[in-house]
Design a protein around this ligand. Structure first.
Ligand SMILES: CC(C)(COP(=O)(O)OP(=O)(O)OC[C@H]1O[C@@H](n2cnc3c(N)ncnc32)[C@H](O)[C@@H]1OP(=O)(O)O)[C@@H](O)C(=O)NCCC(=O)NCCS
Length: 292
């Protein structure tokens, strides 16, 4: 018989070791959680809004056999599932028990639900289908070390700098145009102590922006990059990427990650040219918002 419960701080060492072991295997890997034990130890208590109360463990005869973390927001009204990560011969039953327990913690208004997994994690695909998730377009996850940095090439007439308050509306409008329905709305791109937005300006005109974060584990994450269609091909995207690499390295990061649609060949070519390497293909699964 499998039993489930929220974890306590004293469970962290065992739970972190369990997650790190499974995350190292692409056929088990789920997104939103790191592969590195130190990073996972930081991530679990940072799950919003419940912290460790929102991290559910499954045990069978006293042995830890599964974990599922909840991380949700109300704008957009969405939960990002951190799992289920299961190591059990009754995989489906354990994953379902974790999911039932965690769903009962969600706010009653209903949330959109999202899973993000390695394309090789086939078992979770069956789990997602069973629970009414739809498969979305897959993304490539790319990474780059920040030991050697791409050189900063000037683009004539264009200045790149941190976003000023007066530029917020223009950035939000461009963000909405390029990434409607994204996990983070334009007005909140720099919400949080470690998030920042760079803008590319040609005079008073916004000709590009980049939103990034320095994560709890110290690594960088490039969240969004956009150049209006009328300004593309001039090197503004390249300049913004080079700037963020320098900025993150100066802040102490030694690596940057990003996610880009698998079929966004133009952007992938650009990142490849600037030294980003392929890490994995990730598949998002989404379940529309329903009132429980
Ligand atoms: C990807 C993007 C930021 C590139 O900006 P950019 O200022 O045109 O980039 P650069 O001028 O520095 O480099 C041009 C590169 O972008 C790629 N590119 C993608 N779309 C392009 C377009 N419409 N026009 C020109 N280049 C384009 C090309 O592959 C080109 O690389 P290449 O020189 O090796 O062929 C921009 O096309 C964009 O905003 N696209 C929509 C949003 C998006 O896909 N963002 C990236 C995912 S987070």
């Amino acid at each position: 018989m499998v039993s489930t419960r929220s974890i306590a701080r004293s469970d962290l060492p065992e739970v972190v070791a369990f997650i790190a072991r499974l995350q190292a295997d692409p056929t088990q890997y789920i997104g939103y959680l790191d592969t590195d034990a130190d990073a996972i130890r930081e991530q679990l208590p940072a799950c919003e809004p419940l912290g460790l109360d929102g991290v559910i463990a499954a045990t069978r005869e006293g042995r830890l056999v599964g974990v599922l973390g909840t991380d949700w927001d109300t704008d957009p009204a969405r939960v990002w599932w951190h799992g289920p990560l299961v190591d059990d011969d009754q995989w489906d039953a354990t994953a379902d028990a974790l999911y039932a327990h965690a769903c009962a913690l969600l706010p009653t208004g209903g949330l959109e639900q999202e899973l993000f997994v390695d394309a090789r994690n086939e078992r979770i695909g069956a789990f997602a289908r069973r629970h009414g998730f739809d498969r979305e377009r897959s993304s490539a996850i790319l990474t780059r070390q920040l030991e050697e940095l791409p050189s900063i090439r000037e683009v004539e007439g264009v200045v790149v700098r941190p976003m000023a308050d007066t530029e917020r509306n223009a950035v939000a409008a461009l963000h909405q145009q390029l990434f409607a329905g994204a996990h983070r709305p334009g007005a909140r791109l720099d919400e949080g102590a470690q998030r920042f937005v760079l803008v590319a300006m040609r005079g008073d005109e916004l000709v590009g922006y980049l939103a990034a974060e320095r994560q709890e584990d110290g690594q960088g994450y490039l969240d969004f990059l956009g150049v209006p269609s009328t300004a593309r091909g001039d090197g503004i995207g390249e300049r913004l990427i080079a700037e963020v690499c320098h900025h993150l390295r100066d802040a102490g990061s030694d690596r940057i990650h990003l996610t880009v649609r698998e079929d966004n060949h133009g952007a992938r070519r650009l990142y490849g040219r600037l030294g980003f390497e392929h890490e994995r293909i990730g598949v998002p699964w989404r379940r529309p918002r329903r009132i429980r």
